[in-house]
Write a protein that binds this ligand. Structure first.
Ligand code: LLP
Length: 432
């Protein structure tokens, strides 16, 4: 997918740029983002709503990948965004994202973060818990302002990759539990406080979801609740936010729907359910993170040490690893990889493990993959690393974090510089 191709030298090209040239110019490890694909995904969600003539908001869940340039790109494509910390909020504002287009999420927003959100006039705060209601209420009465909010609910639906299970989700640190009546208590508190302007409800059922069954169940449950609350409290939700979680293609086993298809199916469920209950059709908001950026991202690594443990395993070590991509270690995530400098190599394949340079056995990128025989200096392209790679990166072992480039129509632009050794000691203070 996207704009990747193979050039006459047998090199992998992304966005019209030769990855070998990119690695020479910017060094490795290097995150390369195919801008055209990000635009395509962003448009896919938005245009589907537009075609349905449905009031909507598509907010990029920026936790998937945060930096100034991605907010600018998202803004260009007419999306809004979600943030989950003062740091993400600061970055979004510095990137020029209009505050009213920002929604603030989190299960433990600090007093400082809530104050910042109110002072910066963020569009929506998604209220998660009773502590937050108290803190926010204090801030709003001090500043004598009103704030648009949504209530985040835990509707008791847990969406998994292929099937969804209806248990477990009640045991969640996110949102107000519906079953125990907490959600209703929160509703009353917020409705009784003139500083809160309650726009609607939110739920998020999971991540890397491949079908819409979970969304179906969640939507029906949310709309049932909306109907009940309209009856009892004369509260009509203008907004129904169904969160993010749309799946992407990491390996052949993953079969996500097209962005537009997720939207069509969800829209249909919302419409049908509202019609049945004679409930006014709310604006539908979604918050895709992974699906906007994951497949657009590729990490380039240089091969270093190659070690064969006879009849057990061959370890191919690259110059990055769990510091720039902890997903394999943390979630047993699966990835595909290519030998970017020898794409047309028809040599016999051999099974190898692609591991990083971190001092930890769990520092693995791919446990097992068939690739042509690898040598020192080969360039490995790990695919679909655009979401939760850089954004979950660390300086473990005091490795500097990689650089990030955006490529589009043959041009490459550095959007995050590679950390230097001096950057690594920037905050350290020597003993007196
Ligand atoms: N909205 C809310 C309230 C969320 O909690 C999340 C993700 C999203 C939207 C975006 O979900 P997405 O469309 O990206 O699936 N680090 C994990 C993923 C954590 C997702 C957390 N919440 C990973 O690398 O797979």
């Amino acid at each position: 997918s996207g704009t990747s191709a193979i050039n006459e030298k047998g090199h992998l090209c992304i966005g019209g740029c030769d990855t070998v040239t990119l690695s020479e110019k910017f060094g490795t490890p290097l995150f390369v983002y195919d801008v055209a694909l990000i635009r395509k995904m962003a448009r896919g969600f938005k245009e589907a709503f537009e075609q349905l003539g449905m009031k909507h908001k598509v907010a990029y869940a920026s936790k998937a990948f945060t930096c100034l340039a991605i907010y600018q790109l998202i803004e260009q494509e007419g999306l809004s965004c979600d943030v989950v910390s003062a740091g993400e909020l600061h970055t979004a504002l510095k990137a020029g994202m209009a505050p009213e287009k920002i929604a603030f999420h989190g299960n433990n927003k600090t007093f400082f973060e809530l104050e910042m959100a109110v002072n910066e006039k963020v569009g929506t705060i998604i209220v998660d818990n009773f502590t937050e209601i108290a803190l926010l209420s204090e801030i709003l009465s001090q500043t004598q302002t009103t704030q648009n909010v949504l209530l985040r609910l835990a509707p008791g639906i847990d969406a998994h990759t292929h099937e969804f299970i209806m248990t477990g989700q009640e045991d969640s640190k996110f949102g107000f539990d519906v079953k125990s009546g907490q959600a209703e208590r929160a509703l009353k508190l917020v409705l009784d406080n003139p500083h809160f302007c309650l726009k609607g409800l939110h739920c998020h059922i999971g991540s890397q979801i491949f079908n819409t069954e979970g969304f179906h169940a969640a939507t029906e449950k949310m709309i049932d609740l909306m109907v009940e609350w309209e009856h009892h409290y004369q509260f009509t939700a203008e907004v129904l936010n169904l969160g993010g979680g749309f799946g992407v293609h990491y390996t052949e086993e993953d079969e996500p729907l097209e962005a537009a298809e997720y939207v069509r199916q969800i829209a249909q469920i919302v419409k049908k359910s509202c019609q049945e209950h004679l409930y006014p059709l709310p604006e539908v908001w979604i918050e895709p993170g992974r699906s906007i950026v994951a497949e657009a991202g590729t990490t380039l690594y240089s091969v270093g040490a190659v070690k064969e443990i006879p009849s057990i395993r061959k370890y191919v070590s690259v110059d990055g690893g769990m510091g720039d991509n902890i997903r394999t270690a943390l979630y047993d995530a699966k990835y595909q990889a290519k030998v970017a400098n020898r794409m047309r190599d028809r040599q016999e394949l051999e099974e190898v493990a692609i591991t990083g340079k971190y001092c930890e056995s769990g520092d693995m990128l791919i446990h097992s993959i068939q690739l042509p025989k690898l040598h020192y200096g080969d360039l490995i392209a790990l695919q679909t690393t655009g979401a939760y790679g850089y954004s979950m990166s660390s300086n473990y072992n005091r490795n500097p974090r990689p650089a990030v480039v955006f490529v589009e129509e043959g041009a490459a632009q550095l959007v995050i510089q590679r950390e230097t050794l001096e950057d690594l000691i920037h905050l350290d203070l020597p003993l007196k």
